[in-house]
Design a protein around this ligand. Structure first.
Ligand SMILES: [Fe+2]
Length: 135
């Protein structure tokens, strides 16, 4: 199966190259992404006025981690998802919301020792936001 996937991937790249199309590579691990892809408190880009309503707020109480985005929830505009990721990139928790949920709050019970946690919050209109918590 992997060989078939690789064959298809290589074939698509070769076909694009032969057609004169530009071929884009995915960013590699550790590559810095350009602005306006992922937003943080200090890099809010085109959504500078949206920090307070989109940056996920993280509180830690023992092994209980709460992620909250102070954002309204309506069918047209709502928080779609939270994830909690460790300093090593391990996904410790994730929650997908429905616009009818009353608020964008996730509670995760985590295990193990961690030095940092990263919370993500994705708005259907204002993209991906990340906050870091040093433990
Ligand atoms: Fe939003």
């Amino acid at each position: 199966m992997s060989n078939r996937r690789n064959f298809l991937k290589i074939s698509m790249v070769a076909a694009a190259a032969m057609a004169g199309n530009r071929v884009f590579a995915s960013p590699g691990k550790g590559d810095k992404l350009p602005d306006n892809i992922i937003y943080t408190e200090n890099n809010s880009g085109r959504f500078a006025k949206k920090v307070g309503s989109h940056l996920p707020v993280v509180t830690v109480d023992g092994n209980k981690v709460t992620v909250k985005t102070e954002h309204g929830m309506s069918e047209a505009h709502y928080i779609v998802r939270h994830t909690l990721v460790s300093e090593n990139g391990e996904v410790l928790g994730e929650r997908t919301f429905h616009f009818s949920d009353p608020e964008a709050v996730s509670v995760f019970e985590i295990t193990g020792d961690h030095s940092k946690l990263y919370a993500t919050s994705f708005c259907n209109k204002h993209d991906m936001w990340i906050n870091e918590v040093v433990l």
